[in-house]
Each structure stands twice: as C-alpha cells, then as structure tokens.
Write a protein that binds this ligand. Sequence first.
Ligand code: SAH
Length: 259
Amino acid sequence: MGISFGKITVVGTGPGDIRDLTPRALEAIKSAAVVIGYKTYLREIEGILAEGQEKLPFGMKDEIRRCETAIEKSMEGKTVALVSGGDAGIYGMSGLLLEIMGSRSLLGKIPLEIVPGMPAFCSAAAALGAPIMNDFCVISLSNLLTPWDEIEKRLRAASSADFVIILYNPSSRRRRREFVLAKNILLEKIEGERPVAVVKAASRPDEAVEITILEKMDLSGIVSMNSAVIIGNSSTYVKDLYMITRRGYGNKYNLEAGE
Ligand code: SAH
C-alpha cells in the first residue's frame, strides 16, 4: 500500500478579524484535522476552531518549522490548514512551503491547495478612501531577507515612476533607522507636500489612521510592524477625511455636480 498524504491547504485569512475570512478560507480551516500558524493568527480564528482539531501555534520566526510540520502531518495522512495573514502568497507562507516541498520532490505528490485572502493593503486603502486607484507597488522595509541595497533601489525606482507606494514592515522596535533612510530617498524625487497615510491594524478593532505629508512622516505616531504606509502619487489628494488618487476621469469628463 502506498503512503496516502493528507491534503495541505495554505489559507490566507485576511488582514483583520474573522469577518475578513472568505467562505472558502473558512471552509478550508474548518475541514482541516490540523491547523498550523503563527500564534496570533490562531488566536484570532479561535472562535471557528472545533475542539477535535489539533492546533499548532508557532512563534514569529518559525516559518520553516511551520512548513516542515505541515509536511510531517500530511505524511501521517492528516489534512492540514497552514494559515497565513492577509494573502498567503504576499510575503506569506505559500512560497516557502512550495520551495520546501520542491526541494524534497514533494510537489505533485502531496495534494495542495492555496486559498487566496485579502491583502492588508486592500483594508488599509479602504480605511482611507481610494488611494490606490492607479498603478501601485508594495515595498517591504524589512531587510531580514532582502538586502537593504535592493530596498533602496526599489524605493528610487518606484518614486521615479510615480507609483502609489505602499510600505510594509515600515518599522519595528529594533528597525527604526530604515524608515528615516527610506523617507529621505523618497524625498529625492517626491515633493515634501505629497500626501501620506498610515493605517495601523486595518480591519481590526484597534484600527487607526493618520494622514500627513511626506516631509512630516515620522515615527512619533502609529507607524509600527502592524501598520502600512501609503504614499500617494502625483495625482493623490486629501479631501475632508479621505485620501483619493485621481484616476483621470476628471480629464475626460466633467465631474462637477449636475454635469
Ligand atoms: N500577507 C500579508 C502581508 C504580510 S507582511 C498581506 O497579504 O498583506 C506583514 C506586513 O503587512 C506588516 O508589517 C504590515 O506592514 C502589513 N500588515 C499586515 N496586516 C496589517 C493590518 N491589519 N493593517 C495594516 N498593515 C498590515
């Protein structure tokens, strides 16, 4: 008799609480025998987990062990949900799992499904209005896995090309200097008055928003590991409580009332 592997599902749980789970994510989590993930995410989905499910919470830097454990459990014939915040394919668990499975020639052998989730930048943008109505990019300021030189290169390229720029991992308790370096690089090409917004804990009960300008962007407020920073492009403006990036309709149609 051959080994029968349990299916592994990588589930993006969305940025917020369980209301951000898609029905497909919910179904995948509920039907798994084993649920593996960063402990904070497991706590967040506690309410939908059943007593009979095996829950395996892991620490922040344990990503490789999470994947290995998912593979081990699958080899025991158990179905596994490997949960990842936001979308699992955006700085999430699905890439690492695929790499590890590939290096062990397990791709195509272990049944695998990747369930998409809502990325945090969608919630952050929704909290602000419509700041990413045009081409945008996400740059993570974490130099844990990407050399800082490369991050600088991307910041320069993005600001030269007039993208709306979303910064992930903008700062942490230990990484504060990089945020200031990034700001100065952006200021090489972008004017100091450019609208900038910070959204902390988007879609969560402690969600908070700050709107400022590039020149004044600093670490005194809500910038943290738990926030996303959105720097507008040259068509972005702030109106009342909203941050809006013009799509260009105004050039084609008259958007004044009654027209
Ligand atoms: N897979 C996630 C990204 C993980 S990287 C996604 O699809 O969006 C982690 C970074 O995402 C954090 O440092 C922060 O910059 C951002 N982030 C995650 N959740 C967030 C939230 N609820 N509000 C604001 N930013 C968030």
